[in-house]
Design a protein around this ligand. Structure first.
Ligand SMILES: [Zn+2]
Length: 188
């Protein structure tokens, strides 16, 4: 089956229970990503000379792993925090292999749920944000779109949608929920 790079996964649209991701690749930092997502991310990091300074924190995650992460987060950080940042199993786009969390922190003790990727502190992050749409990536949970995505602003979480779509989404300032809705309505 052809990969659906525009697949929408959120609290209201969980994946089917037996969802199968596309071909996964074990890439850098022991992170699994869908083949094309991995390829384009590496190209982007090469382009900005970020292979040394940007680490991959999370990529593909199984439904079982998401359950464990969710339960652990509730235990350690409480329900309010968990609801803000951790999707329920089947509702996380990390199941698709098309999403990646990045950090500029090279410390071993990186926070797994909210890793540091701060454009205000880091020029390389600014460069990443400037170039990402050329390589098919979008910031999936932008500031100001929380009411649409259902997830708080996550500066570290990126999603591969393919260049054709990422360029349009950036130009029109649309999050994936808005974009998919517009495409469905025939507006291109
Ligand atoms: Zn993420």
């Amino acid at each position: 089956m052809k990969n659906n790079y525009l697949i929408l996964v959120n609290q209201e649209q969980p994946l089917p229970r037996f969802f199968q991701p596309g071909q996964l690749i074990l890439g850098r930092d022991n992170v699994y990503l869908e083949e094309q997502t991995h390829l384009k991310l590496m190209a982007l990091l090469n382009e900005i000379d970020g292979q040394q300074s940007i680490r991959l924190v999370n990529g593909f995650r199984s439904i079982e792993e998401q359950q464990l992460l969710y339960d652990t987060s509730v235990k350690e950080f409480g329900m309010t925090y968990t609801k803000k940042y951790v999707a329920k199993p089947l509702c996380s786009e990390h199941h698709t292999g098309l999403a990646v969390d990045l950090t500029t922190s090279l410390a071993n003790e990186t926070h797994l749920i909210s890793p540091e990727f701060d454009w205000q502190k880091n020029k390389l992050v600014q460069l990443f944000l400037t170039k990402m749409s050329d390589f098919g990536f979008i910031q999936r949970y932008p500031e100001g779109k929380e009411h649409l995505t259902g997830i708080s602003y996550e500066p570290w979480h990126f999603r591969y949608v393919g260049r054709q779509h990422s360029k349009k989404m950036q130009a029109l300032d649309l999050c994936l929920e808005e974009y998919v809705l517009q495409l469905g309505a025939g507006v291109q």
